[in-house]
Design a protein around this ligand. Structure first.
Ligand code: ARG
Length: 467
């Protein structure tokens, strides 16, 4: 370990090697090297334009930063150990390649605004990709629902059979929660999309910088409003982990339903062998491991939110090194979320609804429909409710189904589903409207994600900017 760049005589000699190594974030930060280099390329462009660095020097630095970007993209950039973080490691690498001119890059910049930038670029990029993938999953669910209008299942409350629904309606329920979670990702994307560069260590700079130019080059629509707030702000990371947890929770519910529905007790969903796992001992087993794991991954998603909340709680204003502990949490979030979304995308086409009509045949789940039929004939609801309750009691006492002791069209589960056309209900027209709305939401979210420039597009934009 060397770790000399960010030290002066005032700092004093060298840090104990063991402590430098222990306190370095480089092992994780390496994952942010492209973000770091992009930020530096935009920054040096601005410095040249403002006359703070000579054009030739800026050109040399920008070209070499582009080389670093390409090497990093191809997995060929090996940043040496021995620095406190990726920012120092990149500056040290530039120094090895270009000599003293590398020392001009950090003009009007601190690692405090730099790390905020790297994290924001990372979160924005990953949130946009995740948003597109979640929206694709919503589209998948919306597309399969019409084919499942005629499959009937019981809906549950308190995990007891409640009322008949179509499988399409169940699928729309899943997609509706997922769309709500996707809106939170959209919110996180909106919040993160602000440039922190130019905040310096905590108060800005006396040098004549142009924050708006840097923001434009990096595709940010705005710059942050207060330098002291900016360097201590990890709200964008919190929003991102929270958004990820919300998507994971939504997927966890789909998974929990499928685990139950595919049991022989429920018998409402059949899983293809392609997504089932076996038992090492019990030859008969066909287990829903993928869905159990999806449900299980939620724990880590929630853990990441908790870790970040706990990290920022009690921190005073300004940058605090504690903030470096955000790294693991933030960097883990995208692969956790996107991996789980991809697993669901791969697995769901292999989960097929089979009819749940056996569970509906004894008629008790249509009891409310019978009561509503009586209401339509003028009976006050509470009276109808009591009458039907008595019928259910009689049927149970006689060991019969409701349909066997009372013949009423309302007891047909198919008719019961068809009649529930209130907005948001399980009736076919209502479900069609839900499917339409889901598709519109998904399209809007995809359009939002598409407005986020890729890293490669940013490179082109920066390199095209005159120095
Ligand atoms: N490694 C630091 C982090 O990840 C970068 C900022 C350090 N700033 C400082 N003044 N030591 O948060």
């Amino acid at each position: 370990m060397s770790g000399g760049i960010a030290r002066t005589s005032a700092t004093g000699g060298r840090m104990l090697p063991a402590l430098l190594e222990w306190s370095s974030s480089l092992s994780l930060d390496r994952q942010l090297v492209r973000e770091d280099v992009l930020g530096s390329a935009a920054h040096i462009t601005m410095l040249a334009r403002q006359g703070l660095v000579a054009t030739d020097d800026a050109r040399d630095l920008r070209v070499e930063l582009l080389v670093l970007y390409r090497e990093a993209s191809e997995g060929k950039l090996a940043l040496a150990d021995g620095e406190e973080d990726v920012h120092m490691a990149v500056e040290a690498e530039l120094g090895r390649r270009l000599g003293a001119v590398a020392g001009k890059l950090h003009t009007a910049r601190s690692r405090n605004d730099q790390v905020a930038l790297d994290l924001r670029l990372h979160v924005r990029d990953q949130a946009a990709q995740a948003l597109r993938e979640v929206a694709a999953l919503i589209h998948y669910l919306a597309d399969r629902a019409p084919g499942e209008m005629d499959i009937l299942l019981p809906a549950y409350t308190h995990r007891q059979r409640a009322q008949p629904i179509s499988a399409a309606f169940q699928v729309c329920a899943w997609a509706t929660q997922l769309a709500r979670a996707a809106e939170v990702v959209d919110f996180a994307l909106e919040r993160v999309d602000v440039s922190p560069l130019g905040s310096g260590a905590c108060t800005g700079t006396s040098l004549p910088i142009d924050r708006e130019l840097v923001a434009r080059l990096l595709g940010f629509p705005a710059v942050t409003k207060n330098a002291l707030d900016t360097v201590g702000d990890r709200d964008f990371a919190l929003d991102w982990t929270w958004a990820a947890a919300r998507v994971l929770l939504a997927l966890g519910k789909v998974a929990a339903d499928l685990v139950d529905m595919s049991t022989s007790e429920f018998g409402m969903v059949r899983l293809d062998g392609e997504i089932a796992a076996g038992s090492s001992m019990m030859p008969q087993k066909k287990n829903p491991d993928i869905f159990e794991l999806v449900r299980g991954k939620t724990a880590r998603g929630i853990g990441n939110v908790t870790a970040l909340l706990t990290l920022v709680k009690g921190l005073p204003s300004g940058y605090n090194r504690d903030q470096q502990e955000d790294r693991q949490t933030v960097l883990e979030t995208a692969p956790l979320l996107r991996g789980t979304v991809a697993a669901m995308m791969a697995a769901l086409p292999h989960a097929h609804f089979v009819s749940g009509e056996k569970a509906l045949a004894e008629g008790f789940t249509q009891a409310t429909d019978l009561a509503e039929a009586l209401v339509r004939r003028g009976v006050p609801f509470r009276e109808a409710y009591k009458q039907v309750g008595q019928l259910v009691r009689d049927a149970l006492d006689q060991g019969k189904t409701l349909a066997q002791i009372e013949s009423d069209p309302a007891l047909d589960p198919r008719a019961a589903v068809a009649a529930k056309e209130s907005t948001g209900g399980t009736g076919p027209s209502s479900v069609k409207a839900q499917i339409q709305a889901l598709k519109q939401t998904a399209d809007r979210l995809i359009a939002r994600a598409d407005r986020v420039p890729s890293f490669d597009a940013l490179v082109e934009r920066i390199m095209a900017e005159a120095l």
